[in-house]
Design a protein around this ligand. Sequence first.
Ligand SMILES: C[S@@+](CC[C@H](N)C(=O)[O-])C[C@H]1O[C@@H](n2cnc3c(N)ncnc32)[C@H](O)[C@@H]1O
Length: 293
Amino acid sequence: MGKSSKDKRDKYYRKAKEEGWRARSAYKLLQLNEEFHFLEDFSRVVDLCAAPGSWSQVLSRQTQGRDRTIVSVDLQPMAPIPGVTTIQADITHPTTVDKILSEFGGHQADLVVSDGAPDVTGLHDLDEYVQAQLVFSALQLATAVLRTGGTFIAKIFRGRDIELMYAQLGRLFETVTCAKPRSSRGSSLEAFIVCQNYVPRAGWDPLELLKAKGSTQEYFEKLGLKEPLDSQLQAVEEVRVIAPFLACGDLSAYDSDATYVDTTEYSLDPVRSPVAPPYKTALDLKRQGVIRR
Ligand SMILES: C[S@@+](CC[C@H](N)C(=O)[O-])C[C@H]1O[C@@H](n2cnc3c(N)ncnc32)[C@H](O)[C@@H]1O
């Protein structure tokens, strides 16, 4: 599929290029903000899994002129964005927390957002599992950097065991909402959890836990979920926690599943090509004969 045809088929893809966003995902954050207004009053924000950087652009542009610190983290290098400090790091690694906190001068964050997505394999169960693990890593990191009352927003896939995740998030945040922006395709299981009013667990130090390299099981137990994970998974069948579901984005916004008639004759170049996309490595390996296809 050429970029011209994608320009025509996907309104948000085209609009992102016209408005200078590095990815169409920018609209997901903007539409979430239309409902939850989290961009209005933060001073310190962490953007996890941020490359190529459209969420960081939103965080920066929407808060221009304000005294705020924006720290963005990704495995991939990111081209610079005005007002944003970028860190190339793995969010699952304990030392990443220290790097973030040092950018905040030891202060805590008001907001942590994560649009993380692992490389998909096409095996749905595996993809769902790896995605859930990435959300838990983002949550673990968030609990180590968020202030009391802070907000955590993360991309999820509404799979089979999502109620377990809602139950666990409900132990740490006063409100947990599952939100679907109009720019996120209705046909996809993608949604965003918006967790407001962080309430740290008494006597529990997330930083200590991260550095102790505890297992996920130990982590849940520390959160006060005493039963083994397996029995929680069974219990979830009986005690279902259903987070309120909210569609976000003005009704006048484009519907990402609709087909629009577009007479555009020309395609636009990407706003910013990725600095070191994984396909470059794949091409190099192919050239060296290490891989065939
Ligand atoms: C969908 S993209 C994020 C798009 C971004 N929000 C934007 O608006 O431009 C998902 C990102 O997750 C990153 N990622 C996946 N696993 C990660 C990890 N363990 N640590 C840091 N970044 C990770 C990938 O490198 C990729 O850039």
